[in-house]
Write a protein that binds this ligand. Sequence first.
Ligand code: PLP
Length: 376
Amino acid sequence: MIPAPMIAAFNPPRRTLLGPGPSDVYPQVLAAQSKPTVGHLDPLFVAMMDELKQLLQYAFQTKNEMTLAISAPGSAGMEACFVNLVEPGEKVIVCRNGVFGERMRQNVERCGGIAVTVDNAWGEPVDPEAVAQALTQHPDARFLAFVHAETSTGALSDAKTLCALAKQHNCLSIVDAVTSLGGVELRVDDWGIDAIYSGSQKCLSCVPGLSPVSFSPAAVAKITQRKTPVQSWFLDQSLVMSYWSGGAKRAYHHTAPVNALYALHEALRIVAAEGLEQAWARHQAMHQELRAGLEQLDIQFVVAEPYRLPQLNAIYIPAGVDDAMTRSSLLQQFNLEIGAGLGALAGKAWRIGLMGYGARRENIALCLQALQQLQR
Ligand code: PLP
C-alpha cells in the first residue's frame, strides 16, 4: 500500500487578478457554483441549460441554434471549430499577429488542412488588405481564421471587415473571441461570423474551464456535409448537439460539468443585467482611466491607440525595472497579479487585464499605486 498522504485543505488567498485571465470571478458566480449538484439530465437542470443557451445567444448577439458551452477551456473551443469544419486537404487562410493565431495554424495542420498564413507584427492588428490579397491569391480557400482580441499583444482586429471579406470570397470565418466576448463590441449575426469560440474566464468573469461556441447555419451545413467523420469523438458537434438541443429530448453525451454551468448561467445573467453595450462602455472607460495613470508614470503601450484592447493593456516594462521581481513583489506585497509578456514580448512587456468584474475603479487605483511604489 502507498500510505495515505496527510495534506491540509487548500486555502487560496484573495488576489486581485489583473492579468490576461483568469479574471476575478463575481462573488455571486462563486456562490452559484457551490449550490447542490443535480443530475445532468435532471429536468430542472435541463431547463437551466435552455436558459443558458438563450444567455449565450445574447452574449454572442446571435440566433444561431448551435450555440453552447464546450465542457473544457478556450483551447477546446478553438479545437472544436477546427476539427468540425476543416477536412483534410482544405485550405485555410490563417492570420497571425500573436500567440493564438499561430495556435490556430497548428490546429489547421493537425486537421490535415493546408494553412496559408497572413502575418502581422506583434502588437499590430490583422491587416484587411493583406487578407484580401491572400483570399484573391487563393480562390480555393474555404476558411478565414483570425483572433479578434490577441491576448498576447493587446491588439484588436476589425472582425466586421474581415468577416465581410471572407463572405466576398466564399469562405467561412472562424473567429477567436476568447478575450473579446463581453469586453468589446462583438455581433456574430450582424458581422456574419460562421464559427466562434470564447472562454468563461476572461470578460465573463466566470470560473475557468468552459468555452462558449456558436456555429452559423452555413457552418452547420458544412459540418453536416462532411465526407469524413470528425476525428475527435468528444468535440464532434453533431454528437454534442444531441445533449444541448431541445429540452426533454436531451440525450447523454458526456457528464456535463453541472456546477461550472451554474456558474456560467450566473455570470451571463450578470452580463445581461448590465447590458452588453454598457459592459463594452465600462471596459473602455476603465481602460482610459488606467491609461491616464500609466501615462503619468511614463509607461508606454505596446499597441497603437486605435487598436488597443481596453480589457488587455500591454505595456513596455520601464527601463531598469526587473520583470520577474516586480511581478513577484506585486503578488507578495499587494496580492495583485499582472501578466508577464508572452512569446516575442516575454521580458519586454507586462499585460494588465481589466476584464469583467476586474474592470473596476478600485482595481485601477490599486495597480497604479502598487506600480508607483515599486518604481521608487
Ligand atoms: N485564444 C486566446 C485569444 C486566448 O487568450 C486564450 C487563453 O488565454 C486561448 C485562446 C486559450 O484559452 P484557454 O487557456 O482557456 O484554453
